[in-house]
Ligand binder design. Sequence first.
Ligand SMILES: [Zn+2]
Length: 101
Amino acid sequence: MPIYEYECETCGRFEKMQKMSDAALTECPSCGSQVHRVISKNVGIVFKGSGFYATDSPNRIKSEARAVNQERQKDNQALLDGDVKGYVQQSESTDKKVAGA
Ligand SMILES: [Zn+2]
């Protein structure tokens, strides 16, 4: 489930895990002020599954991490474009690649 970042006019930023199908929050859950969704641009590498081992050579880890990060950037780009379907597809294919790495 993706984590969305929101900014409350009063409390500042907070994160909320939501389903893709859930509507975006409009009110802060703690103070009721207006909130807007922040698209996080600094989503880093997510180490999922069993692709990375301490016994791997650093160069191999680096090149795989770079490949995964590129895929994640595509995820983020799809999200920025508001292309939720593309995001889901891209995200799933990334997960498969990471799992198979
Ligand atoms: Zn608030």
